[in-house]
Write a protein that binds this ligand. Structure first.
Ligand SMILES: NC(=O)c1ccc[n+]([C@@H]2O[C@H](COP(=O)([O-])OP(=O)(O)OC[C@H]3O[C@@H](n4cnc5c(N)ncnc54)[C@H](O)[C@@H]3O)[C@@H](O)[C@H]2O)c1
Length: 319
C-alpha cells in the first residue's frame, strides 16, 4: 500500500484531468485542478503540493521558495522557460517536462505553415473569394526542389522538420551549436547562424527559449535573410524580435512569416496581424487528439514515479 501524497494541477487548458487522476490514483486520491495564472495564486493555492503539475503558471524563484514540501514540478509540454530551473535545483525539486508527446505534430504544423507561405495558399483563397480568378496575383511562387530549408535547432522537432523538407526535395541546412554531429541526419549540412540566414529560402525555428536565444533573431540576424525568404516560428515567440519583423514585412525586406507562438500570448493586439503575408495560429502546433492524451499521461506518470521514490525519466534540471 502506498501513502497518500498531495498532488495539485496548478493550471491547464484541458477540460478534465481524468487521465492524470487515473494514473495517480495509488499515490493521491484527490487531485485539485486549479487555474493559477499569477505568482501569488500559485503561492496561495499550491504551497502544500508534493507533486505539482503546471502548464503556464509562473514558477519563479519567489514562488519556488514557498513550495516547501514539493519534490517534483512536471510541466505539460516541452519548454520549461516558465520555471526557474536553478531555483528548483537549489530547493532540491526535480523539474520535468514531456519532451516527446507532439514532435510530429509540431513538425507537421511548421510544414503546413511553410507550405501556406510558399504556395501562397491564404492569399489565393482570399483573392478567389473576393472575385478574382488569376494565379498571377500570387506570383512569385518557387519550386521547392530548388530551395533551401534552414533549421535553427536540430533536436527532436528540428530533425522531424528536416525529414519533411528532405522528403520534398529541398536542400536542408541547420544551425545548432550543441547537437552532436552523429545525431544529425547525413543529408543535413551544419552551418553557422549567419550563413543559415543568408542561404535559406525558408528559415524554421526549433530551438528552445533560453537566455542565449531570447531575441536571437534581431535586426542584424533577420537582416541577413533574402528579401524573398520566409520565416516560420513554432518554437517560442520571444526568440524573434517582432518589432524588427514588422518593419521588414512593411518594407518588403522578407517574403513573409508564419508564427504559432508570439512574444505575448494571448495577444491583445499585434501589429504583425495587419500583414497579408503574416500567418498566425494560437500556439496549437503541438495539438492532436492523441498528443493531448500522451502529454497528460506522461506528465502524471513522471509525478507518480518520483512520489513512489523511482527515478524520473524526463528531469531537466540536474543537481
Ligand atoms: N508550438 C508548440 O506547440 C511547441 C510544442 C513543443 C515544443 N515547442 C518548442 O520547440 C522547442 C524545440 O523542441 P524539441 O522537442 O525539438 O527540443 P530539443 O531539445 O529536442 O531540440 C532543441 C535543439 O535546439 C538546440 N539549441 C539550443 N540552443 C540553440 C541555439 N542557441 N541555436 C541553435 N540551436 C540551439 C539544442 O541543441 C537542441 O538540439 C521547445 O523548446 C519548445 O519551446 C513548441
Amino acid at each position: 500500500m502506498t501513502s497518500e501524497h498531495v498532488v495539485i494541477v496548478a493550471d491547464c487548458d484541458h477540460k478534465t484531468i481524468d487521465i492524470e487522476r487515473e494514473v495517480l490514483k495509488d499515490v493521491c486520491t484527490n487531485i485539485p485542478l486549479l487555474a493559477c495564472r499569477t505568482e501569488d495564486e500559485v503561492i496561495a493555492q499550491c504551497a502544500d503540493a508534493e507533486g505539482l503539475i503546471i502548464m503556464y503558471a509562473p514558477l519563479t524563484r519567489r514562488v519556488i521558495s514557498h513550495l516547501t514540501r514539493c519534490r517534483i514540478i512536471a510541466r505539460y509540454g516541452v519548454g520549461v522557460d516558465t520555471i526557474d530551473l536553478r531555483a528548483a535545483a537549489d530547493h532540491g525539486i526535480i523539474v520535468s517536462n514531456v519532451p516527446d508527446y507532439g514532435t510530429n505534430e509540431v513538425a507537421d504544423h511548421a510544414l503546413g505553415m511553410m507550405l501556406a507561405l510558399t504556395r501562397k495558399v491564404l492569399q489565393a483563397n482570399a483573392s478567389v473569394k473576393s472575385g478574382a480568378w488569376d494565379f498571377r496575383l500570387m506570383q512569385p511562387v518557387y519550386r521547392h526542389q530548388e530551395q533551401t530549408l534552414g533549421i535553427i535547432g536540430i533536436g527532436r522537432i528540428g530533425s522531424a522538420m528536416a525529414r519533411r523538407g528532405h522528403g520534398m526535395g529541398m536542400k536542408v541546412i541547420a544551425c545548432d551549436p550543441y547537437v552532436p554531429r552523429e545525431q544529425v541526419p547525413d543529408y543535413v549540412t551544419l552551418v553557422g547562424l549567419d550563413d543559415l540566414m543568408r542561404r535559406s529560402d525558408v528559415v524554421s525555428v526549433h530551438c528552445p527559449l533560453t537566455d542565449e536565444t531570447r531575441l536571437m533573431l534581431d535586426a542584424k540576424v533577420l537582416g541577413l535573410m533574402k528579401p524573398t525568404a520566409y520565416l516560420v516560428n513554432t518554437a517560442r515567440g520571444s526568440i524573434v524580435d517582432e518589432t524588427v519583423l514588422d518593419r521588414m514585412l512593411t518594407e518588403k525586406k522578407i517574403g513573409g512569416a508564419a508564427m504559432d507562438v508570439l512574444a505575448v500570448e494571448p495577444p491583445r493586439s499585434n501589429p504583425l496581424f495587419r500583414h497579408d503575408n503574416f500567418i498566425v495560429s494560437p500556439h496549437m502546433a503541438w495539438h492532436s487528439e492523441s498528443s493531448v492524451k500522451d502529454l497528460k499521461r506522461k506528465a502524471a506518470e513522471e509525478v507518480r514515479r518520483v512520489l513512489r521514490g523511482e527515478a524520473p525519466l524526463y528531469q531537466v534540471n540536474k543537481f
